[in-house]
Design a protein around this ligand. Structure first.
Ligand SMILES: [Zn+2]
Length: 226
């Protein structure tokens, strides 16, 4: 028993001595594997990405996608009503009917309320929408001739009358500057006024003086996507 126990270390020592080169090789392989594994794991968990993120110089939010999800930037701008045509002068002016100022209607040969303005211009002058809107009506009457009524939003409705014809129809969406028709003398009530645009406007159902709109004094602040 004693001899057995003393023999085994000898065997083991001999084994080590005989296979030293092999053991050294195995140790080296294990060591190299360990180093490679360590480097690989370290790289995988690194915070800094391998490729640098190149930001777009035009976009201040770029380059940091995790912090700032892209949100559309908006800005507020003032959009003015604009004159519906290049007019030479104002014929009949607006009266609200409650003031003592009435206008003499040459054609009708009587004093009456004029819920609008007459903007004189050469026959055939283009009449344009003063603001974006939706055409409510495009028709004609004996008194007003061909006319277009547009809902300009926010309670503002404008009727462009005494047109030669209508270039739009009910339901059409119009943009500011779109041509609605052309100046003429089709409004029989006012044909002695000569070629003109008869313009009536209401705000929340009440007649208002169109001139501040025509002169570009009325605007709305709208939000637009930059
Ligand atoms: Zn008129």
């Amino acid at each position: 028993m004693n001899s057995n126990t003393t023999k085994q270390p000898n065997k083991f020592t001999r084994f080590l001595r005989n296979n030293a080169a092999l053991l050294l090789l195995i140790f080296c392989v294990l060591a190299i594997t360990a180093v490679v594994l360590a480097v690989t794991l370290t790289r995988d968990t690194a915070v800094i990405p391998d490729d640098p993120v190149v930001g777009n110089p035009d976009d201040p939010n770029s380059g940091s996608p995790s912090d700032n999800p892209p949100t559309p930037s908006t800005q507020k701008i003032d959009v003015y009503f604009s004159s519906p045509l290049d007019y030479t002068d104002v014929g009949l002016e607006y009266t609200d009917g409650e003031e003592t100022l009435f206008v003499w209607k040459e054609t009708l040969q009587e004093w009456s309320t004029h819920y609008g303005v007459d903007l004189h211009a050469a026959e055939g002058t283009a009449v344009k929408a003063m603001y974006d809107g939706t055409v409510i009506k495009a028709s004609s009457t004996f008194g007003n001739g061909y006319f277009v009524t547009i809902d300009h939003g926010d309670g503002v409705i404008a009727t462009y009358a005494s047109l030669k014809d209508t270039e739009v129809k009910a339901g059409d969406a119009v943009k500011k500057g779109d041509v609605l028709g052309y100046v003429s003398t089709t409004a029989e009530n006012e044909f002695k006024e000569g070629a003109h645009l008869h313009l009536e406007m209401t705000l929340n159902g009440e007649a208002v003086d169109p001139m501040p709109y025509v002169k570009g004094e009325v605007y709305r602040t709208v939000e637009v996507t930059a």
